[in-house]
Design a protein around this ligand. Sequence first.
Ligand SMILES: *Cc1c(COP(=O)(O)O)cnc(C)c1O
Length: 384
Amino acid sequence: MSTVAAASRILRCWAEIDLAALERNLKLIRASLPPHIRYVSVVKADAYGHGLHSAAAHLMHAGADLFAVANVTEAAALRELGPGWPILILSPLLPGEETSLMDSDAAATISTAEEVDRFEQAAKAAGRTITVHLKIDTGMGRVGVWHEEAPALYAKVTAAEHVRLAGVFTHFASPDDDVEFTAEQRRRFLRALQRCPGLDPSKLFVHADNSAGIETMPGSSPFNAVRIGLLQFGVLPHPNSMLGQVRTEPVFSFHTRVGLVKRLPGGTTVSYGRTHTLQRDATIAVLCAGYADGMPRAASNRAHVLIHGRRCPVLGRITMDQTIVDVSAVPGVACGDEAVLVGRQDEEEISLAEFSRAADTIPWETLTSVTKRVPRLYKTALGF
Ligand SMILES: *Cc1c(COP(=O)(O)O)cnc(C)c1O
C-alpha cells in the first residue's frame, strides 16, 4: 500500500495535491513563453485552496519571479517562507494596513491619488519606502485608475519620495471569450503608458495576461511578465483554450469514502426536498462528504462520482455532511471504499471543469470552496 493510501485510510474526505505536477506545470508554461517574459505566480486564497506554503515553496523552486496575493494577511503568511521573494498585493489596502505591508516587504497595488498620499505618509513616518505597482483600469471596472487618468497618477507616484514604482499592470475582463475587447484593453493600456513621460517599461514589471490572456499576447510589446493563477494548477481556463497545447497536469484531486451501502425499494424518494424518486429498486451508497466539505449543493442530482472506476450519479440533494449516489450498476461496493469526486480512478476521470459545470460554477470557485475540514495530502516527486 502506498503512503497516501495508508495516510488516507482513516480520512473521510481529503484532497491530494501533486506538488511535482505543479512544478512541471510552471516549467511548461515558462517554456511556452518567450525567455524574457517573467512569471508572476498568483497564489491568493491559500494558493487557490492548494495550501499557500507548500504550493509557494514549490513554485519558488520551479522559478517564479514574483508572487501575487490578495491582501496583507496573505502577504505576511507568504513572507514566513523567507525574505527576498517579491510579493505583490492585488486588492486595495485599507487605511492602517501600511505597517503590515512594510513589515512583509510586499508591494501594493495603487489606483488612486488618495492611496499615494496615504502610502507616502506612512512610509515617511516609518523612515521606509513603499513599493507599488500602478494598476490601470482598461475596462475591467474594478481596481485601478481609469486609463485616461493614468498619466496624472503616474506623475504623482513618481513625485512621491517614499513610494517606489516597480510595475504597471492591467487586468482583462473577458480574455477567454472576447478577443476584440481584450485587444481594445491592450490598446488602452499601451496608449496610457505612452502618455506617461519618462516611463521606461524595461525597468518595470509590465503585466496584463492571466491564464486565459497569454494566448493572445503580442510577440513584441512592452509586456514583460505574465500573471498566472489557474493554469499553473493544471486547469485550463476555457475548454477551447489554445493553451491546450501547453500540456499541464491537474494538481488537485478530491476524494471521499463510502460510509454506508443499502438497498432501497423503487418509488422511494431520496434526501431533503424529495427531489429524486428511485424508478426501481436500487443500491445506494452514502458518501462521507457534503457541502460543508466543498461538495457544492448546486451539483445535487447532477454530479457524478467515481467508485471502483465507474461513474455513479448523485441522487437528490447534497447535504451538509453526506452525498447519496446510485451504485446499483457497480457490484461489490462496500463501506470504506474510496469515491473520487474530482480526479482519476482507473480509466475514468471527472475533471475539475466537469465537476464545476455540474455545480454551475467555475474552477476558480470550486477550488477555493474546499473547506478547512478537508485535509490536503501533499505528493512530491518522492511520493507522499
Ligand atoms: C486572480 C488574478 C489573476 C490570476 O488569474 P487566473 O485566471 O487564475 O490566471 C491575475 N490577475 C489578477 C488581478 C487576479 O485577481
